[in-house]
Design a binder for this molecule. Structure first.
Ligand code: UDP
Length: 464
C-alpha cells in the first residue's frame, strides 16, 4: 500500500496455530480487495507467517496487507513442542508482543489503527487492546455456531453440573435453547470437562465467553440453514451480534478458487486419471495440528491395500516411516494411491473422482466436505471440538460415518471405507450431503445469500 493512500488502518490478529491464520488471511484479502484505502497490518508469529507464505499462490499477498511478526513465547527453543504447550507459551507473551507490534505498525503506516479484528480465541487480549485504543473490535470464530454457543454457556453448564441440575448425558437443548440434539458429554472438553485451573485453553475460552459480547460483531463459519435454531437463540441471548457468514471456503474464497491452484505434488492431474470412476477415491487428511497415534496410520494403510479403493493421502513427512514397507511404491505403481505432504484440499474435494473424505473432523474440513458434497469417514480426536463435530456430521446431519470403536484398526478402517465407497449406505449419505451443498451455495451466493450479506455487513463494520 502507498501509505499516503491509506484511509483506514485495520489490525488483524490471528490465533497463530493450526489453520486459524489462513482463515484470517483470507478474510484480510477479502477486506482489502473490496475496500480501497483500507490497509491491514497482520500480526502473527514468524513460523506461522512462513507457513502462510509457503501456501500462497505465485502472485503472493495482495497489496494492502503487511505482516508484522509477534513473539511465540518459545524464546528460540527448537524441536517439537506439544501444540497445547506452544499455545500456552504464546498466550503468556501475547499481550505484550501484540501491543509492541501494533505500535510499530502505527508508526510505520502513519495512520492510527481504527479497528481490531481478532480471532475469537484472542478475545482475552484483543478486547483490552481495543479498549485502550478506544476503537471497536470484531471477532472471527472459525467453527460452528453451536460450538460457539456451547462456550458462551460454559459458566452456566458448569454451575448446573456442580449443583446436580445438569448431567453429562443430558441433551444440551435442555440447557441451551435451540441446540442440536447431542449430549453435554459430546461437547468440546473445554466447555465443562477441562479444569479451569490447569487448562489454559479452557480458561482462554471462558474469558472469551465473558468478553465476546462487547465485540461489535462476531462472524461464524456456518450458514443459516445449517444451524438455524441455535443461531437465532444465540442472537436473542447475546446482543444480536452473531453473523453466520460461511462456509468460509466459499465466502472468503481462498486462492484455490478461481486463480491457478497451488498443487506442487500434482494431486489434481493424478485425480484426473480416475475421472472415469466418479466418486471412487478416498481423500485422507488429519488437518494441521494433532494427529492420531502412528500405529493407526499403519493400520489404515493395510486397510486401504486390502479393500483396494484408490486413495489420495495428505500425510506429513514425519509419518512416512509408519507406512508398511513398500506401500508407497506398490500403490503408486498400480495407480491406486498417492501420498503427498500437502494437498490443495478444497480443489481436491471438488474433484469428480473424490468419493469420501477420511477426516479428523476439524471444522474447516467438515465444511469443505459439505461444500463439495463429499461424505465423511470420521476419525475425530479427543481435542478441541472434533468429537462434537463428528456427532453433528454422523448423528445430527447424517452426512458421514464414524470409524467403529473410534480408532483406525485395520478392520474398522476397511469397514468404514467400504460402507461409504462401495455400499448403498454411502449413496444415501452422498445424496444428503449434496442437498446440504446446495444450501451452502445458496447462502454464499452474492449478493443476496444470507452468508454473503452477513459477510458484507461485517466488513462494513470493520471499514467504516
Ligand atoms: N489442508 C489443506 N491441505 C492438506 C491438509 C489440510 O489444504 O493437505 C487444509 C484444509 O483444507 C483445511 C485446513 O487445512 O482448510 C485444516 O483445517 P481444519 O479445521 O479441518 O483442521 P485443523 O488443522 O484446524 O485441525
Amino acid at each position: 500500500t502507498e501509505t499516503s493512500a491509506v484511509s483506514r488502518h485495520v489490525a488483524v490478529c490471528p490465533f497463530p496455530f493450526s489453520s486459524h491464520p489462513a482463515t484470517l488471511l483470507f478474510l484480510s484479502r477479502k477486506i482489502v480487495v473490496s475496500s480501497p484505502g483500507v490497509h491491514i497490518s497482520f500480526f502473527t508469529t514468524e513460523s506461522s507467517a512462513t507457513a502462510l507464505k509457503a501456501s500462497l499462490p505465485p502472485e503472493g499477498l495482495p497489496t494492502g496487507i503487511k505482516f508484522y511478526h509477534i513473539e511465540d513465547g518459545l524464546a528460540g527453543e527448537s524441536g517439537w513442542i506439544h501444540p497445547l504447550e506452544a499455545m500456552r507459551r504464546f498466550m503468556e507473551v501475547s499481550g505484550e508482543t501484540l501491543r509492541r507490534s501494533l505500535a510499530v505498525a502505527e508508526e510505520e503506516i502513519g495512520v492510527k489503527i481504527s479497528c481490531v479484528v481478532a480471532d475469537a480465541f484472542l478475545s482475552f487480549v484483543c478486547k483490552e487492546i481495543a479498549d485502550e485504543k478506544a476503537v471497536q473490535w470484531v471477532a472471527l470464530w472459525t467453527s460452528a455456531a453451536s460450538d460457539l454457543a456451547s462456550h458462551m454457556y460454559t459458566d452456566e453448564l458448569r454451575s448446573r453440573i456442580a449443583t446436580g441440575e445438569a448431567h453429562y448425558e443430558d441433551s444440551v437443548d435442555r440447557h441451551i435453547p435451540g441446540f442440536p440434539p447431542v449430549t453435554i458429554a459430546d461437547l468440546a472438553p473445554e466447555v465443562v470437562v477441562a479444569d479451569l485451573a490447569t487448562s489454559s485453553i479452557a480458561r482462554m475460552l471462558q474469558i472469551m465467553s465473558h468478553t465476546l459480547t462487547s465485540a461489535s460483531s462476531v462472524v461464524m463459519n456456518s450458514f443459516h440453514t445449517l444451524e438455524p435454531d441455535i443461531t437465532v437463540s444465540l442472537n436473542s441471548a447475546f446482543n444480536n451480534i452473531f453473523l453466520s457468514a460461511g462456509p468460509y471456503s466459499l465466502t472468503l474464497s481462498p486462492p484455490d478458487h478461481g486463480g491457478a491452484v497451488h498443487d506442487p505434488s500434482g494431486c489434481l492431474p493424478w485425480l484426473d486419471t480416475h475421472v472415469s470412476a466418479p466418486a471412487s477415491v478416498v481423500y485422507i487428511s488429519f488437518g494441521t495440528a494433532h494427529t492420531p497415534p502412528p500405529e493407526e496410520f499403519t493400520a489404515l494403510a493395510e486397510a486401504l491395500e486390502v479393500v483396494g479403493v484408490p486413495f489420495l493421502w495428505s500425510l506429513p513427512n514425519r509419518f512416512l516411516a509408519c507406512l508398511p514397507e513398500g506401500f508407497i511404491e506398490r500403490t503408486g505403481k498400480s495407480g491406486k494411491g498417492k501420498v503427498v505432504t500437502w494437498a490443495p484440499q478444497t480443489s481436491v474435494l471438488g474433484h469428480v473422482a473424490i468419493g469420501a473424505q477420511l477426516t479428523h473432523c476439524g471444522w474447516n474440513s467438515v465444511t469443505e466436505s459439505i461444500v463439495s458434497g463429499v461424505p465423511m469417514i470420521c476419525r475425530a480426536l479427543a481435542v478441541a471440538e472434533q468429537k462434537f463435530n463428528e456427532r453433528l456430521v454422523v448423528s445430527v446431519w447424517g452426512i458421514g460415518v464414524e470409524v467403529e470403536g473410534g480408532k483406525l484398526t485395520k478392520a474398522a478402517a476397511a469397514r468404514a471405507v467400504e460402507r461409504v465407497l462401495l455400499e448403498e449406505e454411502g449413496k444415501k449419505i452422498r445424496e444428503t450431503i449434496r442437498g446440504m451443498k446446495k444450501l451452502a451455495e445458496e447462502a454464499a451466493a452474492e449478493p443476496n445469500g444470507s452468508s454473503a450479506r452477513n459477510l458484507n455487513k461485517f466488513i462494513s463494520i470493520i471499514t467504516t
